[in-house]
Design a protein around this ligand. Structure first.
Ligand code: NAD
Length: 289
């Protein structure tokens, strides 16, 4: 039997390589679209610039031509992954146009499912010029997205673009508002921030293990009938050794009334919706890594 085909973009990057690994291990055939090669090749990579729709079409039709087997889904993770490393307009243009292009290509080629990498940065706190506390805790999908930076804004735009393509073609588009992604090798470094908890205040001490993230991507493209939705993808717990109540008391005392909703080291980002929609469950907990 032929393996089902999935396209991953950004599969040479930090998160993407774990998505490729998860899919290959689960028996999928994967094509990675990226403008650089991966350090360890796990699947075929096509080097291209996703800002150029022609290159995407050409890559996907070359891929299809062999046996005309369709692509089931695209998991789109290619992006400039933070603000301020490139000039603002470069970040915005790359992230918005490559997302538009991948959705346009998927629509034209009748690919019915797309997963997009959005970010907790779309809530605006991470890269704001001045720290501001959320309106309420835990932040859920109903909290306003308040970006002022071009990276967070690009993620807000991309979610809306995904919804538009769902309206245009009925394709399923799931946008993950990802917390800070941690690979196994990252944990010792992050644990050093216990000495200075304020270091991770901008991300509200949230994280998602890269293996749990990859499993969520697979679930999102295996499920049907989800429409267009944005889902927070964060761990149940924080990456701090302090209780969430203590973090609120020290750093956001104006939100003291919400401490009762955050027992122990409960995350400031709610993952209730993703559990309901995908049946996703966390496997990797911060203190066990
Ligand atoms: N790392 C995190 O903590 C985090 C948190 C929230 C959201 N995200 C999002 O997750 C996704 C992956 O992030 P990452 O940390 O793996 O970043 P990364 O930089 O390690 O990987 C991104 C990959 O995309 C490729 N790429 C970028 N623009 C491209 C283009 N125009 N054409 C072809 N390839 C292109 C890069 O070569 C790279 O391999 C991004 O969309 C990022 O915004 C990351």
């Amino acid at each position: 039997m032929m393996k089902k085909r999935i396209v991953v973009t950004g599969g040479s990057g930090k998160a993407g390589k774990w998505i490729v690994k998860e899919l290959v291990e689960q028996g999928y055939e994967v094509l990675n679209l990226d403008w650089k090669l991966p350090e360890v090749p796990l699947c075929q990579t096509q080097i291209l610039d996703l800002n150029d729709l022609g290159q995407i079409h050409n890559a996907l039709s070359q891929y299809n031509v062999r046996d005309r087997q369709p692509v089931e889904a695209v998991i789109h993770f290619a992006a400039i992954p933070q603000a301020f490393i490139y000039p603002n307009d470069v970040t915005f243009r790359n992230n918005v146009m490559n997302t538009y292009n991948i959705l346009e290509a998927a629509a034209n080629l009748d690919i019915r499912k797309v997963v997009l990498a959005s970010s907790e940065s779309s809530y605006g706190i991470v890269f704001a010029s001045q720290f501001f506390a959320p309106n309420f805790l835990p932040i859920d999908e109903s909290h306003p997205q308040l970006s002022e930076d071009s990276y967070g804004l690009s993620k807000m735009v991309n979610e809306i673009t995904g919804e538009a393509f769902h309206r245009r073609t009925g394709m399923q588009v799931i946008s993950f508002r990802l917390a800070n992604i941690l690979e196994p090798e990252d944990y010792p470094r992050v644990k050093q921030t216990f000495a200075d908890p304020e270091e991770r205040i901008r991300i509200l001490w949230s994280y998602i293990d890269v293996r749990d993230m990859a499993a969520a991507c697979r679930l999102a493209m295996e499920k049907d009938g989800l429409g267009a939705q944005s889902l927070i993808l964060a761990a149940d717990d924080t990456s701090s050794d302090l209780s969430s109540e203590e973090l609120i008391r020290r750093f956001m005392p104006e939100l003291a009334e919400y401490a009762q909703h955050l027992p122990g080291r409960a995350s400031f980002l709610s993952n209730i919706k993703i559990k309901e929609v995908l049946g996703w469950k966390q496997q990797h907990y911060f203190m066990e890594q």
